[in-house]
Design a protein around this ligand. Sequence first.
Ligand code: ADP
Ligand code: MG
Length: 557
Amino acid sequence: MDNLVKTLRHLEGKSYKALKQIQGTYTGSDFTLSIDYVQGDPFASPSKFRVILPYSSLGTEKAILKTKHRKIALEDFIARQVNRQFIKHSPRKMGTGKGGLVFFDAPGQEILERTAVKLTERSIEIRISAGLPANGRKIRGHDAARLVGDIIPFTAKKAIELFSRNDLSTHLELADDQQMIRDYLEQHGYVTFIANGAVLPRESGVSNRPLKGAVPFHTPSEFEKTVPLTNGKTVTGMALPEGLTLIAGGGYHGKSTLLHAIERGIYDHAPGDGREFVITRRSAVKVRAEDGRSVHSVNITPFISNLPFQKDTQSFSTPDASGSTSQAAAIMEALEIGSTLLLMDEDTTATNFMIRDARMQRLVEEEPITPFLDHVSDLTKTLEVSVILAVGGSGDYFEQADNVLLMKEYKPYDRTEQAAQIAEELQTGRLEQSGVPLFVPDARPFDRKNFLRQWDHKQKVEAKGLHTILFSKNRIDLSHVEQLVDESQTRALARIVSILVKTTNETMTIIEALDRLYAEIEREGLDALAVFKGQHPGDLALPRKEEAAAALNRFRR
Ligand code: ADP
Ligand code: MG
């Protein structure tokens, strides 16, 4: 380390390019600093560092690493500590461009497997980026020495040394509790659990933080279950059984908020989030209409057949889907990837896909769409795929519903029996449409050649924000993939697409290709997605296979 500091000081006033020489590994008192990448100029993407400390400095048993969810929780905890310390101790901007700025991929409300902190039985590795300082193109050597020789390693070290033991045990215990609820759902055939007292609404449409002063969740007694947690604790809340559940209620009474919380329950949430005990089956997929999206070779015949001009719906492709065809495709894609819980909100569905009443049935004879209403029992009864549907505009689903919740001033009430009774008294008068029964479609081949055709080796496949992956000139639009929550997931998706296009053989299905890559991630950790092995892998967080498939499915051929 002393040499590094000396070198940097000597570089004071020299040309920026001379910084390249500091790339390498340096040993400090009880840490190692690895400088994996040095930026070419002060405006370029920041330089990459890894601070490596012995695992023993954490003072925590290694056994934690043996249990997947605990390891992720511990890495997440450390990442939050690192972020806290950098917020406290980050230097001011130094000179030109990104000089002096430290970047760390801090976790948000969700606890995700990410590359920011990597634990092994030997070491704690903290991945950081920072802008090396300059005035114009002249190195600020003394500032660089302070940043790299002092601030970066010692702030990272502080994160390991100064945290509260109490907070750590709370964090790990919560992870265990969340896992216990997941196991409970699986063992008892529930699709989602929401604890009494949970805070579901978010601060705003652009903030994922809990709304202050929200009405806490309260379970209708009919759905109340008490789930055992660690250390003799329990949690009481709403456990929703399999089948079709309707979330009914007046406008603005909290239907969408409840559904959104359920959607996000595929992830574990951090202490203080309000949704710590909102846990949903991992395979849950939000299905929505997404007109304008691209669809490639999806069999949508159960929902749509006899399109004008004999357009094929057994292998339906379009660069510009309509609301209903996009929703049909989304359902078939979700079934293909193996989802056993579909979530839908009338706010984002295509009405003509969801319902078709008696009057319209009489007026329009040539209707290519068999509405979802006529297939929902195929799903819930035959295929054993559950559905949760937020709906306030149509009672046509009452006959099919296994559970009906009514939202009133942000609280759910059980109205299953009333809804069944109303369905008896007020017949819809509509004719049931049969169409092709719904099925789980065959896995489609991964059409690698279509990707290769557009592959421009000079351009990277990269993420742009949360919602876009740039693949050469092609833009994969993920703005309606609602369960994608973190930009680091999008960066990981860009890597996944790129790796699949490079390594998959022609005969694999999308699912086989994803299974193979995810098995590798399972073995090697998320670093498996890195471009340069053994270096700072970039800021990545693990998306589900469902989101990876969503990205491939939206690629414009
Ligand atoms: P709906 O889908 O029934 O029309 P929303 O779920 O969109 O209603 O909720 C309407 C508004 O109420 C939103 O601004 C939301 O943040 C707020 N809200 C939802 N649930 C709660 C709650 N439990 N406490 C306070 N405000 C809430
Ligand atoms: Mg709504």
